[in-house]
Write a protein that binds this ligand. Structure first.
Ligand SMILES: Cc1cc2nc3c(=O)[nH]c(=O)nc-3n(C[C@H](O)[C@H](O)[C@H](O)COP(=O)(O)OP(=O)(O)OC[C@H]3O[C@@H](n4cnc5c(N)ncnc54)[C@H](O)[C@@H]3O)c2cc1C
Length: 525
């Protein structure tokens, strides 16, 4: 019998899930639900959350193709459109960072092509747009998916690909935005002192959304300037460390294999008495082998799982963040032009995915140590941002608009009706506009937006949905084995590096394998 499958959410996770289901060769009937008006775009790439200036930090070479590669698709786009997005139609290449909106258009086009191909092969595929799924109920025969608009459908399997879950727009006010995606893109922000909590790519995006309302960027040769129209605009980015991300660096793709920190070696760590410390020994050995000069420079031989992060960040923390950013930008641009790979950076980048495997097996104490130390290093390394984002930061700084504040471990944040106060030591900073841009938080069973499923999960007593290796729900009467959990915020607790398009494609592949072969293996959470 043809399996009836529902996919809730049509961002990258939903699209790759459909792609992988189709690859199995089984005849399938899939219904895709998208709460937005146009399926296939995904939250970060939609006009509700991004404007033309906001860049994706993934290049074509890294994006798993859906039907065609992103670069091939770019090559088919009208020149005028590419120019409108700031791209040179003659200069397209597979390591280029493009506006997020353009990437959203790619994913939508790819979904539509994929669906057309699938229908030609005899699969039954339906797309419901403006269809917010509001509950998923179960009985002995099927799962019933209902939408806000009154649709009701019965399915054998449901894939949850609902993606990011940020606070609602109605929690935002004129002076406080609980995330950059809660109405900031459309809001008119006054030329005032704007505080932004966070210094990552999302915070840079938030700064751009505000700055572009009061001035414009101007390019002269390789240099970027910001012409400010409203002298009253000041933007302060803040975080505990006050560090800016570094610029994305050149490295060989696909990744070359690691020498020491292999999957087998990491798995073996979980069998010992001190998994985190054993893991650090592997990290140390891999780094020493990859880049002995770097190992010597930071005194790697004398470090441990708890002190490595401090040594990694020490030089940067001691430096002015803008001066560091300028120096780092010159270095990465020179390396890109000459195709030079900085060995220690590349080693850390390749290590983070293997290291993630051990996280669910760490004790609470080791998990705390990991979060306070090694995790920060890996996140800093893989969350490097496009060079252009650093150029913009520097242009805003040179125009006297942008500053950075290091809050340290001890600070107070007080929200008032018309301002937000940040107190560090004896000093209080007042922000008439404040944006919390700290990114997606891990979510648990209580946050699930489908009431009947949420209740079933709460009754299991688990704070997090428990899933098997194919992401199918376990231990939840009526739903176990029928729901695949691809909604990122619910996976983040045990997979702290899970965000990103490549992770979506990998998870989708496991989900599709689970649905088409019915094979369930060890738990991932
Ligand atoms: C601002 C931002 C920028 C990012 N940039 C990058 C980047 O450049 N590169 C990268 O690799 N990763 C990036 N990421 C990480 C991001 O996690 C992935 O790129 C990707 O968007 C995840 O895909 P997804 O399908 O899981 O979720 P989403 O893209 O969030 O898509 C989920 C979809 O489900 C729909 N939906 C949700 N609930 C329902 C419901 N109840 N009923 C029906 N439909 C529903 C939503 O409307 C949405 O279309 C970024 C994340 C953010 C927040």
């Amino acid at each position: 019998m043809t399996k009836r499958i529902a996919i809730v959410g049509t961002g990258p996770m939903g699209i790759y899930s459909l792609q992988q289901l189709l690859r199995s060769g089984d005849r399938i009937a899939v219904t895709l639900f998208e709460k937005g008006p146009r399926a296939g775009i995904g939250m970060p790439y939609s006009p509700d959350s991004a404007n033309k200036a906001m860049l994706a930090n993934i290049a074509s070479i890294e994006i798993p193709p859906v039907v065609t590669t992103y670069l091939e698709w770019l090559g088919t786009q009208p020149e005028k459109k590419l120019i409108g997005y700031g791209l040179d139609p003659q200069g397209l290449h597979d390591r280029q960072f493009t506006p997020r909106l353009l990437l959203g258009e790619y994913f939508r086009d790819q979904l539509l092509s994929l669906v057309a191909q699938a229908r030609q092969c005899g699969h039954r595929i339906e797309i419901h747009e403006n269809a917010l799924v509001d509950d998923i109920q179960c009985d002995a025969d099927a799962l019933t998916v209902t939408t806000e608009g009154g649709f009701e459908g019965r399915f054998d399997k449901v894939i949850l690909a609902t993606g990011h879950q940020f606070p609602d727009e109605d929690e935002a006010s004129r002076s406080y935005f609980p995330s950059p995606w809660s109405g900031l893109i459309e809001a008119a922000i006054p030329a005032a002192h704007v505080g932004i909590m966070g210094t990552s790519l999302s915070s840079i995006d938030a700064a751009m959304a505000v700055a572009n309302q009061h001035g414009s960027f101007r390019r002269e040769g390789d240099d970027l300037y910001f012409d400010l129209d409203s002298p009253d605009l000041k933007i302060t980015l803040m975080s505990r460390s006050g560090l800016l991300p570094e610029a994305d660096f050149y490295c060989p793709i696909p990744y070359q294999p690691l020498s020491v920190l292999t999957e087998q070696a990491v798995t073996a760590c979980t069998e010992g008495e001190a998994p985190l410390d054993d893991l650090f020994e592997l990290i140390r050995a891999e780094l020493k082998q990859a880049d002995p000069a770097y190992a010597l420079r930071i005194g790697l031989g004398g470090l441990n799982a708890d002190s490595f992060a401090d040594a990694y960040f020490a030089e940067r923390e001691a430096s002015d963040p803008f001066r560091w950013a300028r120096k780092n930008l010159i270095e990465v641009e020179r390396n890109k032009a000459a195709r030079i790979t900085v060995a220690w950076r590349y080693a850390l980048l390749r290590m983070h995915e293997v290291v993630e495997e051990i996280v669910p097996d760490l004790s609470d104490r080791d998990r705390e140590r990991f979060d306070d130390g090694l995790k920060k290093v890996f996140v800093d390394n893989y969350a490097a941002v496009p060079s252009e984002s650093i150029r913009r930061i520097l242009a805003l700084r040179d125009a006297g608009v942008l500053s950075i504040m290091a809050l340290g471990q001890d600070y107070d944040m007080t929200r008032q009706d018309d301002q937000t106060l940040i107190t560090v030591g004896k000093q209080t900073h007042r922000f008439p506009v404040f944006i919390d841009a700290r990114g997606q938080k891990p979510l648990g069973s209580n946050d699930i937006p489908f009431p009947t499923l949420r209740q079933a999960l709460q009754q299991t007593g688990h704070e997090l949905p428990e899933v098997a290796e194919d992401y199918s729900l376990i231990d939840t009467p009526g739903y176990a084995g029928r729901i695949a959990f691809g909604s990122i915020p619910y996976l983040m607790h045990d997979r702290p590096f899970v965000q990103g398009i490549t992770a979506c494609a990998e998870i989708a592949s496991s989900i599709a394998r689970g649905i088409t072969t019915g094979r369930k293996r060890r738990r991932v959470s």
